[in-house]
Design a protein around this ligand. Structure first.
Ligand code: DC
Length: 226
């Protein structure tokens, strides 16, 4: 992995990490990898196999599930393309619960590191932008650049509400805010890999910045140092 640049982008839910990371990767010609979508894929697979809140995961599920991360939105679980189906609140909720389990995190970290190793080997991309909650702290603490982006709960809830009401018009802003707060609490208080800025991370509050301004701020940091 000697000449693959790794950029870690962490932050809470609803802050626009995915679109920011994707835009940054586009601008740099890097591969974009969302660790959240790997956790979501595991949750999707668990729900499909009948997992319910409060129950243990089915025996063997984590050994059997095959997750392939392709370029763009080509995520596949057991050969099935599922990227489009991972955004619902039910999946978000299940993912937040399941991502507290050590075995789930281990599998996700394995998939992330194997994907990055595969990209390095392939040699098509000069780097990768990885986004999540613990990229800079746990998965790639050696990343060349680390960013932690954040925004107030109100701003994040509004952004997420605007996104979700397109497909679920019955949703209320209050419900979205409550769900976001519960997930924040769980993500930042869990025992393993809690959400927090990594050492060396550059923290950007995006509450009053446009998506473009966030990407520009990151590019300035990256290019200033290059
Ligand atoms: O970023 P996202 O909303 O797609 O993440 C979905 C869930 O996965 C979220 O509740 C936290 C969890 N997650 C995590 O624990 N660690 C990561 N690196 C990425 C996501």
């Amino acid at each position: 992995m000697a000449h693959l640049q790794v950029i870690a982008l962490d932050g809470p839910g609803g802050v626009g990490k995915s679109s920011t990371a994707r835009a940054l990767a586009d601008r740099l010609g890097y591969f974009f990898l969302s660790s959240g979508s790997i956790y979501r894929a595991i949750a999707w697979s668990a729900l499909r196999r009948g997992w319910r809140r409060g129950e243990p995961l089915a025996e063997g599920l984590l050994d059997e599930v095959r997750i392939d991360v392709g370029a763009g939105d080509a995520l596949r679980v057991d050969g099935e393309p599922i990227a489009e189906r991972l955004g619902s609140d039910a999946i978000s909720e299940a993912t937040s619960l399941l991502s507290t389990l050590p075995d789930v995190r281990e599998l996700s970290n394995r998939v992330q590191r194997a994907t990055v190793a595969g990209i390095a080997e392939e040699g098509r991309y000069p780097g990768v932008v990885l986004e999540g909650r613990d990229i800079g702290t746990v998965v790639f603490p050696q990343a060349r650049h680390k960013f932690f982006i954040t925004a107030s709960v109100a701003v994040r809830a509004e952004r997420r509400f605007a996104e979700l009401t397109r497909t679920d018009p019955a949703l209320t802003l209050e419900a979205v805010t409550r769900a976001l707060q519960a997930r924040d609490e769980r993500d930042s208080k869990r025992a393993i890999a809690p959400l927090k800025p990594a050492s060396r991370a550059i923290v950007i509050d995006t509450s009053s910045l446009s998506a473009d301004e966030v990407v520009e701020a990151m590019l300035r940091e990256i290019q200033g140092e290059a």
